[in-house]
Design a protein. Structure first.
Length: 184
């Protein structure tokens, strides 16, 4: 019995010292729902040109890094937000969203599916993977960091006549002293 009490006291002491409140499953579920809703509202703010929603969700000390390693702060990211013209049909969807909560911190990962179509033109579609870091400050979640990378387009195999490869056999000088040999 003393060992059980000592163990419980140790866990309580460890929780207080680590600064992490022990969350109940109900609180974790509530936070997950709030974070999913927040991610969808944030994504929608780009599509609608809704800077007020963006400002409510994104922290003042926000940083973002994209697939080309371009860094943006909140002000720079906010400039990107503009509603598309009425001649463009666009949609953004969060998919495969996974949420990990660590007290007042959360990591959200997922995939964004982007679709755009100009009037009378074929549609354009691409996907990106993202990792968002959120902190609960003053009782509400804020996005403090995002990293995203565009996924490469899906490739489809093309059948070719193997005899076409013969035309590519040879040596190619790509730069002075750098020769590429193509053989069959």
């Amino acid at each position: 019995m003393r060992l059980l009490v000592a163990g419980m006291l140790f866990l309580a002491f460890f929780s207080v010292c680590s600064g992490q409140a022990v969350q109940t499953p109900a609180q974790v579920n509530k936070d997950e729902q709030a974070l999913r809703r927040l991610e969808n509202e944030w994504l929608g703010s780009y599509l609608r040109g809704d800077k007020a929603t963006f400002d409510r969700i994104v922290a003042d000390d926000f940083t973002s890094t994209d697939e080309s390693a371009k860094f943006r702060n909140k002000a720079q990211e906010r400039e990107v937000i503009q509603a598309p013209p009425s001649t463009i049909k666009a949609s953004l969807t969060n998919e495969d969203v996974q949420i990990r909560i660590y007290g007042d911190s959360a990591i959200v990962t997922g995939r964004i599916v982007s679709r755009t179509q100009l009037s009378g033109q074929p549609g354009i579609s691409f996907q990106s993977r993202f990792t968002d870091t959120l902190l609960r400050r003053r009782g509400r979640w804020e996005v403090v960091a995002r990293h995203y990378s565009r996924l490469p387009p899906e490739r489809t195999a093309v059948k070719l006549d193997p005899n076409i490869y013969d035309a590519y056999v040879g040596q190619y000088e790509l730069a002075p002293g750098f020769i590429l040999n193509v053989a069959r």
